[in-house]
Structures are given as structure tokens and as C-alpha cells.
Design a protein. Structure first.
Length: 151
């Protein structure tokens, strides 16, 4: 089976390098990926959650910022955890294996000054759940029986 994701897009915010309790570097970010079609003159984008580990995370946090255009190569992963209300929460994200700078530093800095990751939405946005727990471990897995899968 193949689980490969290749994306090109812009970072929606500055990256914040964090460390796990064991000292492993990790950075989570959202990549805005333009769609091929436009509606009412506005570009449509998908916002893809991504995570990078170890040296990749350190390099990304050092050189990238909001608006940076990058290419990402990785795999899709789903993990779950129990939130403070005792509910099971599932998170699907791209685990970055490799990334590529797709513009010069000067172009990247210019893009950061003008980049707006939230153009006028075509649909009303849902309020953000502030109780969302972003803690995770590199080895988290999806706890689901194979009988529950649609394929």
C-alpha cells in the first residue's frame, strides 16, 4: 500500500519549535494549499495540518515564517487522544519526511509582509474549541478495528 503526500503551499503562521518530555524536537503547522479553481475572484485554499520531527523541525523553525512557500513530502497519519471532557478526539495530519524551500529568502520575506492566510471566507466559520489538546507523542496510533474501515 502507498501512503504518500506531496504538497506545495504557504505557512499560515510563524513556527514554534517545541520539545517532547524526552527532548525530541517537534513543530506543528498549517499549510495553505491553493485549489485549482476560483470562486467569485477569490482563491480557494485547503488548510492542511502538518507535523515535523527532529532535525526537520529544527531547520524549519529556524528558517521559515508565516507566508513562506514550501514543498512538503510526507505521509498521512491519524492519531487520537482523550480530551478534558473525556471525549475521544481524532487528528489527521501530514507527517513531514522532507521539505523544500520554494523561494529565495528575499521573496519569502516579501510574501510574509503581504500574505493573508484567511481571505474573506465563503462560508461562516465555526468557533474554535479552546480546549483542544495539542499534546501528542511520535508513537500515537489510531485505535480502530479493521472491521470499522470502509475498505
Amino acid at each position: 500500500m502507498i501512503n504518500r503526500i506531496v504538497l506545495t503551499g504557504r505557512l499560515t503562521r510563524d513556527l514554534e519549535l517545541r520539545r517532547t518530555q524526552s527532548g525530541t524536537s517537534v513543530v506543528s503547522f498549517t499549510l495553505a494549499v491553493d485549489r485549482n479553481f476560483r470562486r467569485e475572484g477569490q482563491p480557494e485554499a485547503d488548510f492542511i495540518n502538518c507535523v515535523a520531527w527532529n532535525r526537520q523541525a529544527e531547520t524549519m523553525a529556524q528558517y521559515l515564517h508565516r507566508g513562506s512557500l514550501i514543498g512538503v513530502d510526507g505521509r498521512l497519519q491519524t492519531r487520537n487522544y482523550e480530551n478534558q471532557q473525556g471525549q475521544r478526539v481524532y487528528v489527521t495530519e501530514v507527517v513531514v519526511d522532507n521539505f523544500t524551500f520554494l523561494e529565495s529568502r528575499a521573496q519569502s520575506q516579501q510574501a510574509a509582509a503581504t500574505y493573508n492566510p484567511n481571505p474573506m471566507p465563503s462560508q461562516p466559520q465555526q468557533p474554535v474549541d479552546s480546549s483542544f489538546d495539542t499534546s501528542f507523542d511520535e508513537n500515537d496510533t489510531l485505535d480502530i478495528a479493521s472491521d470499522d474501515l470502509p475498505f
